[in-house]
Design a protein. Structure first.
Length: 315
């Protein structure tokens, strides 16, 4: 599939950034994964992004990654696969570690880029429709080019809050023939989100919102599709906002956006990395996954009693 074809196929789509249900020790049951992913699609997701930030893809073994991709592809909806962003030996993802660095982008080291390209090649072999490329402090354009040459799979560039993409680099990425679109997930940087959407649309690529905390506004700013972690559970809440946006009832859009905002305020809050566990709590409460698989071994501990607040926000 060409980048243009994927861009057109995803226009208007709600792509759920799916979690990967796992036990406290990190075990993954593929039957649980299958039921969970199928439920997201049944409830309104028109596409799936697996092994991305929400799915803890950088931490999972290659065999597990392959099996999750296979289960997603079997559902017949567009599937994007997160590639890159692998953890350091101390357990912190590269994208998180580099968030504290400043200055010009550094040259890329070989092993990380080669690993990202290999993940993309495997995703292509397993039938994925595209890859979501984790941001890097290295040469992002060179990384995307290596991924493209290795897999010939359309790419979604990623402007993530832990490592925002410089404007010049973003323009270069959006000129790459393998880039179908760009996902912005800047959380609170409204001007950065607006800039990313404008540059993406101007380049003829798909502007994808990943703004869980600015979801309604990002649609008004011109986002053409959504790829959000808040759709990892309560997916109907997100679908309702997009449906209302496409209609002409301003009050319906206001009410749907307000409901999503209340949910996002309870789930996408400090510590921000805790959102994965919070979404798994919701998935378990909704019966999407067993209680024993509502764990995130790679996220921070959360205060006792927070779960009740998260569940209440979804009602």
């Amino acid at each position: 599939m060409s980048a243009q074809n994927l861009r057109d196929r995803l226009r208007g789509a709600l792509i759920a950034a799916a979690a990967t249900p796992m036990t406290e020790s990190g075990e993954v049951d593929l039957d649980v994964v299958s039921r969970y992913l199928a439920g997201l699609v049944a409830d309104g997701a028109t596409g799936l992004a697996v092994l991305a930030h929400t799915g803890r893809g950088p931490y999972l073994a290659s065999e597990t990654r392959a099996a999750v991709i296979e289960r997603a592809v079997a559902l017949g909806v567009p599937v994007l696969v997160g590639v890159g962003g692998g953890p350091d030996p101390d357990g912190e993802s590269r994208s998180g570690r580099e968030a504290s660095r400043s200055g010009p982008e550094m040259s890329r080291s070989g092993p990380e880029s080669s690993g990202t390209a290999e993940q993309a090649r495997v995703a292509a072999e397993l039938g994925a429709d595209g890859v979501l490329v984790f941001p890097s402090a290295g040469d992002r354009v060179a990384l995307h080019d290596e991924v493209w040459r290795a897999a010939r799979l359309p790419m979604i560039a990623f402007d993530l809050y832990t490592l925002p993409c410089p404007a010049g680099t973003m323009r270069a990425l959006l000129e790459h023939p393998g880039v179908a679109g760009l996902k912005t997930a800047l959380l609170s940087d409204a001007m950065g989100c607006q800039r990313a959407i404008e540059l993406t649309r101007r380049a003829g690529r798909l502007a994808i919102t990943g703004e869980d905390r600015m979801f309604g506004p990002s649609l008004l700013w011109g986002a053409q599709a959504a790829l959000v972690g808040i759709a990892a559970a309560s997916v109907g809440v997100t679908a309702a906002v997009m449906e209302a946006y496409r209609g002409s009832d301003l009050r319906a859009f206001e009410e749907a956006s307000g409901r999503l905002d209340r949910l996002a305020a309870a789930t996408f809050t400090e510590p921000m990395e805790g959102y994965v566990r919070r979404m798994l709590w919701l998935a378990a409460t909704e019966g999407r996954i067993p209680e024993s698989f509502a764990h995130d071994p790679y996220g921070p501990p959360l205060p006792e009693g927070e779960r009740a607040v998260v569940v209440a926000s979804s009602r």
